[in-house]
Design a protein around this ligand. Structure first.
Ligand code: HEM
Length: 480
């Protein structure tokens, strides 16, 4: 009895103390204000004005004006959601690492979710996210991608023979989109050239156009067109999965492409690690993720090489040296790619100045306290890449195109160079994008010289779009 009395004497006051502290914490977070700024009209808010800024390539200026007016954290409404805009190195770290602590999710807007499905990696959290990501990485990790360098090399050479050779003028962006789409089809889906693949590119472009559309499903809306195209793309992907499954059952290798690789991964209980529905949704995500981003990067490298003859000369020197030491017609190898250090610095500097993805959104899963403000549960958090990319305390003379600043990458503080996002959701296609970019630039600079013709402006939609697709005049150098 005495014993019980002693326990109660200690435990009851402890419980009361803990409850009081929790209540104080809750009420103090309730007292925290919302970030400054106006939410504008319900649902619409500042969407039109921001969209106009993206289209006219003044989104950075638009956001800088907000920061000058309200400070480094402010609230607004974009695309139907209340949003908190935060930026800077600490904000990037907060956004990227919060995914792991269960306070933010990567949930996409309604159109993207309806098009890509509920089982894409963006939507998944914790264990499920890791499971699907690990499965995808088993194909996208460098040790695995190594064996596909020859296949990518063949696609690039075939593309240049078909669409560049014998031409005097080309439009870069549409061609780079065709190239990146064909490489995705071949490497990731084992979907070889032919009329079925050509039909797919048109459907796919309609599907992607719906990602940032207004979700009004009426005939002739962009969203409706996208949903209809998605249904047909899904049918094609389903058939590919079925075909690959049958091939595997007949003993085919599991190293043919991403789909066969995903179908062949089993967990410790000998069950498939990732379901067929998950493969289907994530195949669409990878198609979307790997298409506009890499084609925008390649287009902007071509544009910047035009405007910077000294950098172009250094890239050419590096690539000529590699070509010189190879028998004519032989494919590039993994070892050749390792020698393309300067060319990759050019790509990184291009992404610093022109990140293919402007930024992204996270969703608050609970009320979040940040820098003295409250970000309410359900609101979106908006991060952007340009803010640290153009910070002169991190990158000296930030407007200058200077690939050499990436010579010593260790000097760049973490969470400040973020074209691929940040850990743990950092882009899993990084290495794939690196290989594709290096191979393409190798053949382009060795086979052609080019100069810009027409207007040199661009706008932003989902990624970057030079006006009129970036028309250039090309002259052949020599056949490799
Ligand atoms: C220059 C090319 C590319 C750029 C700039 C880029 C950029 C990005 C960015 C900014 C994110 C969001 C990261 C975050 O929210 O923290 C992302 C995610 C993702 N990217 Fe890429 N990407 C590129 C190429 C690719 C390629 C080639 C693929 C596939 C082969 C790919 C597949 C994905 C996937 C699946 C995700 C979702 C990751 C997750 O939620 O865990 N990307 N990418």
């Amino acid at each position: 009895m005495n014993h019980l009395f002693t326990i109660l004497l200690f435990i009851v006051p402890m419980i009361i103390l803990l409850l009081t502290i929790t209540k104080m914490r809750r009420s103090s977070s309730k007292r925290l204000p919302l970030p400054p700024g106006s939410l504008g009209l319900p649902l619409i808010g500042q969407s039109f004005s921001f969209f106009r800024a993206l289209k006219s390539n003044t989104a950075e200026k638009w956001l800088d004006q907000r920061t000058q007016k309200y400070g480094p954290i402010s609230k607004l409404t974009l695309f139907g959601y209340p949003i908190v805009f935060i930026s800077g190195q600490a904000a990037n770290k907060f956004v990227f690492t919060s995914n792991n602590s269960g306070i933010m999710s990567n949930q996409q807007n309604k159109p993207a979710r309806m098009i890509l499905g509920e089982r894409i990696m963006f939507e998944l959290v914790d264990h499920d996210h890791k499971r699907v990501r690990d499965a995808l990485m088993s194909f996208l990790k460098p040790e695995s991608l190594k064996q596909y360098v020859g296949k990518m090399d063949a696609e690039v050479k075939e593309h240049l023979d078909m669409f560049w050779e014998g031409k005097q003028q080309v439009k870069v962006l549409p061609l780079m989109r065709t190239l990146t789409f064909n490489i995705i089809c071949s490497l990731l889906f084992g979907f070889e050239r032919g009329p079925k693949r050509d039909e797919c590119i048109d459907l796919f472009q309609k599907m992607v156009a719906g990602f940032w559309s207004v979700p009004v499903n009426l005939p002739f809306t962009r969203y409706n067109r996208s949903l209809r195209a998605t249904a047909r793309v899904r049918k094609i992907v389903k058939n590919i999965i079925l075909e690959k499954k049958m091939q595997l059952e007949k003993g085919a290798s599991s190293h043919q492409d991403l789909i066969t690789c995903l179908l062949s991964i089993y967990n410790d209980d000998n069950k498939e690690l990732i379901t067929e529905e998950e493969i289907e949704d994530n195949a669409l995500l990878v198609m979307g993720g790997g298409y506009e981003t890499t084609s925008a990067l390649l287009t902007f490298i071509i544009r910047l090489l035009c405007n910077n003859p000294v950098v172009h000369a250094s890239v050419l020197q590096e690539q000529e040296e590699i070509a010189k030491n190879k028998p004519s017609g032989e494919s590039l190898t993994w070892e050749d790619l390792a020698k393309m250090k300067y060319t990759w610095r050019v790509a990184m500097e291009t992404m610093r100045l022109f990140p293919p993805i402007f930024g992204g959104f996270r969703k608050a899963l609970k009320d979040i306290e940040y820098e003295g403000y409250i970000i309410p549960k359900g609101w979106q958090i908006f991060w952007v890449a340009y803010k640290t990319h153009m910070d002169d305390s991190i990158f000296l003379e930030p407007s200058k195109f200077d690939p050499n600043r990436f010579e010593n990458q260790a000097s760049i503080p973490p969470y400040s160079f973020i074209p691929f996002g940040g850990v743990p959701r950092i882009c899993p296609g990084m290495e794939y994008a690196r290989i594709e970019t290096l191979i393409t630039i190798h053949y382009l600079v060795n086979r052609f010289t080019w100069k810009l013709i027409g207007e040199d402006s661009f706008s932003r939609t989902l990624t970057l779009e030079p006006s009129n697709g970036l028309p250039i005049q090309i002259t052949p150098r020599k056949a490799l």
